[in-house]
Design a protein around this ligand. Structure first.
Ligand SMILES: Nc1ncnc2c1ncn2[C@@H]1O[C@H](COP(=O)(O)OP(=O)(O)OP(=O)(O)O)[C@@H](O)[C@H]1O
Length: 462
């Protein structure tokens, strides 16, 4: 990227230039705000990112420039660098449109990570069809980001890079919440099928008695209750990618029907007289040991060999500690916006605690912990410690469980009153709403319901 450094202190510019060039970027320097304005006006010298120092000795402060830039749709993203870690300044800079805020002296790893994040979000003039496995994170489908800072994830992504173009099935293995679904979406996004549908099916979520009709479709009247014709999920994925999550949950009958479909490139919807051609790339995921299950007879060996032409295993989060910090930053950044808490900051002790936890639920658990602490936070610091990460370890610590804490607030610690479910829901929603400063959108998100449902719940016994 071409990066503009705006700083009036030469030693600082020199050290940043040294770092950025070592990371392969081109550097342009500006000594003050005026200088920066003229570099930005010279559009032929495209600037991808600006590193802006907020305070200059002999010039108006950098906030003025930041304000001007927010009005300009073509302005580059700005990372503010400042000698002060005062939260008020960071908040002001972010409100004025800065993409990020770094305290000086700038931590090289931090800078590299933030730049990699921005780099992935820059719309490229040519469609980026390659996975850059050397980057620390990969942005795709506009809003999705896969962090791959650890050597283990980089090695995995290098393998992925070589197989996304191919058409053979891939089996993605790994513990729950480790990112199998995200990797499947990434593989589709970088495949030649990217413009065609990506159909994700969670095999454990479909009741077995409906699974055949869901997957393969049915014709009107083909069985009692089939009042319309339904196009099955395999056919919906035609031309694109079918992602079968938790494939180990398929019944033996469906395993057999799927195998036939893969071998023939055709499916037979229920009630159909003729088979229908389907062209799909199959990606499957499992957190079970399917190889072992073929030996015990629970999973068909022939189907297993068919779907595991290539098998990828995503390592658990505890084995790639380098990813924890960037994933946390990305999630917190997203939550800041959705919870309308732009000021929320992570304290260093929290980051250390997160890096030391063993994350049995992997990234999903990390996300849940961060959402809970965002809902519960008092003040500006998102503080998470061992007690929050192991809420059940010690009976005495249990009340610190955030959800339980909200329930206690909502219905009182020793309530002997019998409440209706509606009333409990109303009080719970009201308490979360109070804790989120009356922000209905953030409350609805925290509760996993729509704003309309929240409104109805709040009004139910009003
Ligand atoms: N490397 C990563 N970078 C950023 N976010 C990630 C990463 N891996 C997982 N996530 C996020 O973690 C959450 C869980 O990921 P995902 O659903 O893909 O896991 P999974 O392995 O498919 O889970 P399950 O086994 O329960 O189906 C999602 O919100 C996903 O975006």
């Amino acid at each position: 990227m071409r990066i503009l450094i705006v700083d009036d202190e030469q030693p600082l510019r020199d050290s940043l230039r040294y770092l950025l060039e070592a990371y392969g970027h081109q550097v342009v320097e500006a000594l003050d705000i005026q200088d920066a304005r003229s570099v930005l006006r010279a559009r032929c010298r495209r600037i991808d990112v600006m590193l802006l120092d907020l305070f200059f000795q002999d010039a108006p402060d950098g906030l003025a420039l930041l304000e001007e830039l927010t009005a300009d749709a073509d302005a580059p993203p700005v990372i503010v660098t400042s000698g002060t870690s005062a939260v008020a300044h960071a908040v002001r800079a972010l409100k004025l449109g800065a993409r990020d805020y770094l305290t000086k002296p700038v931590d090289p790893d931090e800078l590299r990570m933030r730049l990699a994040y921005i780099e992935q979000s820059i719309p490229s003039t040519h469609a980026d069809t390659r996975i850059h496995s050397d980057a620390d994170c990969i942005r795709f489908d506009k809003e999705r980001v896969l962090v791959c800072r650890s050597p283990a994830m980089k090695a995995l992504l290098r393998r992925v890079e070589h197989i996304v173009e191919q058409n053979f099935p891939v089996l993605i293995q790994g513990e729950t919440g480790v990112g199998k679904g995200l990797l499947a979406r990434l593989m589709h996004a970088f495949s030649p099928r990217a413009q065609a549908p990506f159909v994700a099916v969670n095999c454990s979520a479909i009741p077995p008695e409906l699974a055949e009709a869901e997957l393969f479709g049915h014709y009107k009247g083909s069985f009692t209750g089939a009042s319309t014709t339904r196009i099955g999920l395999l056919q919906q994925a035609n031309g694109g990618t079918l992602f079968l999550d938790e494939i180990g949950e398929l019944t033996p009958a469906l395993q057999s029907k799927l195998l036939t479909a893969l071998e023939d490139g055709q499916i037979r919807p229920i009630g159909a007289h003729e088979p229908v051609d389907v062209d799909i790339r199959l990606l499957c995921a499992t957190n079970r040991d399917l190889a072992q299950e073929t030996r015990t007879g629970t999973f068909r060996a022939d189907l297993y060999y068919r779907i595991s032409t290539v098998a990828l295993t995503i390592p658990p989060l505890r084995e790639r500690v380098e990813d924890i910090r960037p994933i946390t930053e990305i999630i917190v950044n997203e939550l800041r916006h959705s919870f309308n808490r732009e000021y929320a900051t992570l304290d260093p002790a929290t980051l250390r605690a997160l890096e030391h936890h063993d994350w049995p639920g992997n990234v999903r658990e990390l996300r849940n912990v961060l959402v809970r602490s965002m809902v519960e936070m008092n003040g500006i610091d998102l503080h998470i410690d061992d007690a929050d990460l192991h809420p059940g370890d010690n009976g005495a610590q249990e009340p610190q469980h955030p959800t339980r804490d909200v329930i206690t607030d909502a219905i009182g610690p020793d309530s002997a009153e019998i409440l209706t479910l509606e009333e409990i829901e109303r009080r719970y929603a009201q308490t979360v709403l109070n804790r989120l400063g009356g922000n209905k959108l953030a409350t609805a998100k925290a509760l996993g319901i729509s704003r309309g449902t929240l409104r109805r719940k709040l009004e139910e016994t009003d």
